[in-house]
Ligand binder design. Sequence first.
Ligand SMILES: [Zn+2]
Length: 324
Amino acid sequence: MIVLAISFALLLAIGAGGQRARAVSAAPNGWYWPTGKVIAAPAPGWLQSRPTQYKLGPAWHVAWDDVASHKAGDPCYALDWGVVVLSRMDVSGYGPGGGKGGAMVVRYDTSDGTYFNALYGHVVIDLKKFKVGTKVTPGEQLCTLNKYSPPHLHFGIHLGTGNPKPLPWTKPKFVSTVSMLMGHTYDTTKTASGKIVPETYGFTDPAGFLLNHTPWIAPPSSLTTPSVPATSAPKSSFYGRGLLSPKRPAGSKNIQLICQHLENGKWVKKATFFATDVDATASHSSYVATAGLAMTGSWRVQALAPGNMDFPARQSGWAYLTIK
Ligand SMILES: [Zn+2]
């Protein structure tokens, strides 16, 4: 956490000069940059040719390789709210000496609704913590640089939500079972003006992309404490309801009502009911659950809204009722 704080203090300094508040991000536009450092566009390494390293003709590098002043163990960060779509420690070429190493792909979206996959390569990942489907939060440390020489992050941005197609890694020696981990492209394409350029298969200059887009920002969200009756009879049904914003599609069942019973001075979870969302206002859903509790005594009820890549998880305050 200390490292994180220092890094963000640095970003604060860079972002100073008229920019305020959201200074934890780099180019004052809101992203947490993957190594905590703003990179100018075009990114170092973007479309750099590698004709001597590989013998199958020109190989263009579809990511950045910022090799300046990094060391093994340096942290890499989540750009924004996102979800892990791939996380492996056995990818050929990403380890020290070109052996097997870590690579992670995290999906994000921008304020204009553009989804993209960000690739972090040459890294060490805690695979227990970062599995496929794990939600990440802005600025969260995802991994650290491994001992590849020199230590650096191979960072790519691929637009959309899928794999690059067609798959460029179909040539002998470069076959990859996971094309999203692509580091290079070997093909060319012709522009409208007839110029021959590298075929990037949906990859884009990562620094240019981050500088020219802003992250998706969660709108102020809220989940009110469920309203329940003060008393109810055993096994008799009652409503637990409240408001959720931003609103979810009507019919969604994303809210849970957690019911705890007071036993020997301790609250013990005894029941969960799912609420259905209905439209309340232009900005809010109303959630409604039908609950029924058998045991007499004191109860308390809380609403829980699980997070997704666009919304953080939320929990409401507690509402109290007596069953008698
Ligand atoms: Zn690279």
